[in-house]
Ligand binder design. Sequence first.
Ligand SMILES: [Zn+2]
Length: 420
Amino acid sequence: MRYLYSIRLLCLLLVPSLLVAFSPNESSAAGKAVVSDVKHWSNPNYTRVVIELSKKAVFSQRLLKQDPSIKMEWRRLYIDIKGAKLAGALKKPIPINDGLLKVARAGQYDNDTVRVVLDIESIEDYKVFPLSEPFRIVVDVTGKGVAPAPPPPPSIAPPVASEDAAQKIPRLEGPKKTEIRKAKEGITITQQLGLKVRKIVIDPGHGGKDPGAIGRGGLKEKDVTLRLSKMLRERLANDSGPKIIMTRDTDVFIPLEERTAIANKYDADLFISIHINASPKKTASGIETYILNISNDEEAKRVAARENATSTRSVSDLEFILNDLIRTAKTNDSVRLATAVQERLVKGLKEKYGDTRSNGVKGAPFYVLVGTKMPSILVEVSYISNPNEEKKLQDEKYLREVIEGISTGLMRYINGPGPV
Ligand SMILES: [Zn+2]
């Protein structure tokens, strides 16, 4: 019932908002929007389909029941995109066959409309929403049960945590006194983590053609986030620890919606996106941790716009369009996770460096957190735009303290507020 309600609500929200937001003159004045690609990521319980376009376009969606009388063997979800034409390379059907969706097909429905059709085998819920700059339409489809996720490809598997080791680790629901006692008896943080959390996705912000923020001394955010993420992977991964999956472990560009899809595809238990902050104000400094939420804080919106590579106007549009999706996110667990990481990170750095500023836990609509199925946070570690902090971000000792803070924060989240 809740699902039906949320689909209806999203439809009500989407149709008028899109019609208002994107004037039909936009496409006719400067030519049609070209539907250039349809990508997908899936496991047996989740599929994300992304339709890429050359510019903004009005779209609508409809779910059709199967109807053998007109040879419609499967239920269908279709997206009609107005003022659009199909790129030639997309004329062949895209097989998916993951148990939820059979196939995706794109076609020129009429002169002005591209129709993307998804043939459905079995789905429980779906969401359709746009992301901006560049414009793309995301379709998230979920199934009825929790299915085992496929193993990650070797290129992104941790160097020391094997698939077998991860599968043997039982997944427990809550912290137990015996485990806390064992912790005191010398079990390592990573071993304890592995008892409760089987898979953690670490997402190093930016990469490849997207450098992220750049410091006055030339330090690039994409390089620091990758370095920190590799250090965190090393800190957490051992035979009895959680399996660590990286959204990237080289200097490569990965779209934000793909990072979310990776976390969902591998059925991760936690998602941590690592970034370095920046501000036009040279003196801005400190640490802040975000969860996905609607925001009234102009500064938080500015950070989200920068990380989404969009205007702040697009951030406000996103809040309106995704109101329903944001409200159903795992907010409570994400707040607990964000609070634990923020507190431990600031505490550790203050002990060693004294002048570390806590900017707190905040909510804002970050693309990379939209649609994640697990507790998810985005950490902004220091300001690369602040010359003092830029210098620290090049210091191995400082980075090690940051990693210690994040990993003990994870531990605090898992074991609750008791002694760690
Ligand atoms: Zn960033």
